[in-house]
Design a protein around this ligand. Structure first.
Ligand code: AP5
Ligand code: ZN
Length: 213
């Protein structure tokens, strides 16, 4: 299966991805995680991406398309993938469609995480992540066993630099202006399933299983 997850910051993409990855044996490609790793390692890609990310704006189409083009060709992604945070503009969507067409495959499902903006600030400001794995927690909704510590590795959790109310406003603006049209792009292809992303994480997982069969 080739699945795209679309939704605003904090809607649950990164929370549902590991569960889907296990259930359907798919590779998980999260452009946000990849970019954050590049920023942390100060690679040329990271240096170019940092400013836009810190401001809550989108990184250029060219940079992210390059990352995905490389990643989806890997043998580990041949059986299928979950794209988390890509495509985020109609230009990216069209590039992706063309890449897949070359491989003789297509997008099977687009999961549209529908949720009110008003719920997202609490989700974003309470999130703590384990940078090495991308695992995320929430002080109220999904607390780690020991506060501030990753359940699996025992390493410390951190907050993302863009996870504050101010930068969230820019991220939401980018979502509404640039990413929402991507949902319409795939609606025309008849592959979109809309999820009630305000429900509990468990309930959303059930909706995803129903959508993917
Ligand atoms: P990215 O990392 O993709 O961030 P985002 O889209 O803003 O999404 P988030 O990671 O914030 O939210 P999520 O949906 O994964 O939420 P989560 O499951 O963690 O992108 C970051 C930046 O990189 C962008 O701003 C841009 O600059 C750049 N970028 C990335 N891709 C790009 C692209 N394609 N083009 C251009 N630029 C790009 O959940 C959030 C919190 O809520 C967690 O604490 C979680 O525990 C909790 N939670 C989750 N589900 C529930 C639930 N159902 N109920 C209660 N709590 C829940
Ligand atoms: Zn995420």
């Amino acid at each position: 299966k080739r699945v795209i997850l679309i939704g605003p910051p904090g809607c649950g993409k990164g929370t549902q991805s590991p569960i889907m990855k296990e259930e359907y044996c798919l590779c998980h490609l999260a452009t946000g995680d990849m970019l954050r790793a590049a920023v942390a390692a100060k690679t040329p890609l990271g240096i170019k991406a940092k400013e836009a990310m810190d401001k809550g704006e989108l990184v250029s189409d060219e940079l992210v398309v390059g990352i995905i083009d490389e990643a989806i060709k890997k043998p580990s992604c041949e059986k299928g993938f979950i794209l988390d945070g890509f495509p985020r503009t109609v230009v990216q969507a069209k590039k992706l469609d063309a890449m897949l067409e070359k491989q003789g495959v297509k997008v099977d499902k687009v999961l549209n995480f529908e949720i009110a903006d008003s719920v997202l600030e609490e989700r974003i400001t309470g999130r703590w992540i384990h940078p090495a794995s991308g695992r995320s927690y929430h002080t109220k909704f999904a607390p780690p066993k020991v506060p501030g510590i990753d359940d699996v590795t025992g390493e410390v959790l951190v907050q993302r630099k863009d996870d504050n109310a101010n930068v969230l406003r820019s991220r939401l603006a980018a979502f509404h202006k640039q990413t929402k049209p991507v949902i319409d792009h795939y609606k025309q292809k008849g592959v979109v399933n809309t999820l009630h992303a305000e429900k509990s994480a468990k309930a959303v997982t059930e909706e995803i299983k129903e959508a993917l069969g």
